[in-house]
Design a protein around this ligand. Structure first.
Ligand code: PLP
Length: 429
């Protein structure tokens, strides 16, 4: 595969940006170290600077549930932008997107639009602290909530000890109110809740953890967290930045039928433009300024162009059968690849939920970060290269999940099955 132009652009980019990129995973550091520069996306396909075309299973890391450059999103964006892109004053489009969401979602009554998933998670944490008057947060190893200081934390030594920062530049003082626990471990939660009784504002998690592989939890475990929160006056915070509007319109909350106290959204909600949101009951959300004392604001929040893109996209998601079709397509794809792996005795499974899938280099069910085999990174690197050669683009890290969009055709999916099967044969032969 010719990568000359992408390589030249990357060399140039290194003069401008740290590591040549504006978000670290894009640098392809966990794969071959030289990212593809994308020039065009249409439907399920992307084209790079050298003219190579790929079936795209990254989908901008999740937002593009309709695929690239969907006509209704494009029309909404161009028509709205022609009347001005931002006013710093309310517009009707904010009401329209909010109404579409709230009237089709059982678990939130009020919402606030922000500009990214990180902002949504950060604001949700502040809200939980402001509402409860408590400082500590429980989060889980293997869940990512954006680059929020207090959530860039790794586990300390031993259960229920306070975390240490996982990024330079995050003061210990900021993370010492964050407790990091392993997923799928009730005892760890009970121990922490007992040790810090009356101090914990929120239990934060991705209800479908999709940032460290796909670490699917049992419904019963999520229910347990709900019960602990009710018992202890803690808010249950579902970070649905990935799962929201993806695992059905109501996200994981709807899928599992478990009500979070606070939820954060991003990705799909903005139709491919920068939008995040957090929501809760009217009572909790009334703690937010200007109604209440928790401050949170944004110059471009709710800007009409991004709102229009969100309205166009999630209106499509609301059409009957939309999620069923996506789920079926994903299920067939994963089963076919996995059957091939099983028949050949490869240690590979494809866990999936809704239209999210992951390639796990293990035959075991993996439900916590420490269950991922150590050689997964090396195997993924080989698989990523083998798939690129066969015209399939995955997010450039073995910890990233894949996303399937409405635009992926049967032909795309059949071609992808063959590409995955051949790639696995190449790796394990
Ligand atoms: C679950 C989750 N929360 C928060 C974020 C941060 O969102 P953003 O990258 O839009 O800031 C991400 C990003 O991938 C995410 O997956």
């Amino acid at each position: 595969m010719n990568k000359e132009k992408s390589k030249a652009l990357f060399e140039q980019a290194k003069n401008y940006f740290p590591g040549g990129v504006n978000s670290p995973v894009r640098a392809f550091k966990s794969v071959d170290g030289s990212p593809l520069f994308i020039t065009k996306g249409k439907g399920s396909k992307i084209t790079d600077a050298d003219g190579n075309e790929f079936i795209d299973f990254c989908c901008s890391f999740g937002p593009l549930i309709l695929g690239h450059a969907h006509e209704s999103v494009l029309n909404a964006v161009t028509e709205t932008a022609a009347n001005g892109t931002s006013f710093g004053a309310p517009t009707q489009k904010e009401n329209e997107l909010a109404d579409l969401i709230l009237s089709n979602h059982r678990f939130i009554d009020r919402i606030r639009f922000v500009n990214s998933g990180t902002e949504a998670a950060m604001s949700a944490i502040r809200l939980a602290r402001g509402y409860t008057g408590r400082n500590k947060i429980i989060k889980f190893e293997g869940c990512y909530h954006g680059h929020v200081d207090s959530l860039l934390v790794k586990a300390g030594s031993g259960l229920a000890t306070l975390g240490t920062s996982s990024s330079a530049g995050v003061p210990q003082g900021t993370v010492e109110d964050t407790i990091v626990l392993p997923l799928n471990n009730k005892e760890a939660v009970e121990t922490a809740v007992k040790k810090y009784k009356g101090e914990i504002a929120a239990i934060a998690l991705e209800p479908i953890p999709a940032n460290n592989g796909l670490l699917l939890q049992e419904k019963e475990y999520l229910q347990f967290l709900r019960e602990v929160c009710d018992r202890e006056g803690i808010l249950l915070f579902f970070d649905e930045v990935i799962s929201g509007f993806r695992i059905g319109f109501e996200g994981a909350a709807g899928y599992y039928n478990i009500k979070p106290d606070v939820a954060a959204y991003g990705k799909i909600i903005g139709g491919g433009l920068p939008v995040g949101a957090y929501g809760s009951s009217a009572e909790v959300m009334n703690t937010v300024a200007p109604e209440g004392p928790v401050y949170q604001a944004g110059t471009l929040s709710g800007n009409p162009v991004a709102m229009a893109a969100g309205i166009a996209q999630i209106s499509e998601c609301l059409k009957p059968g939309f999620y069923d079709e996506l789920e079926m397509k994903t299920d067939i794809f994963c089963r076919e690849v996995q059957q091939h792996a099983v028949s050949k005795g490869y240690p590979v499974t494809l866990p999936h939920k809704g239209s999210i899938f992951w390639t796990a280099f293990s035959q075991e069910k993996i439900q916590s970060a420490d269950g991922i085999p150590e050689n997964s990174g090396e195997l993924f690197k080989k698989m990523h290269a083998a798939l690129l050669e066969r015209g399939v683009y995955l997010g450039p890290s073995g910890f990233e999940v894949g996303f399937i969009s409405e635009a992926h055709t049967d032909e795309d999916m059949n071609n992808a099955v063959s590409a995955f099967q051949e790639a696995l044969d190449e790796i394990f032969r």
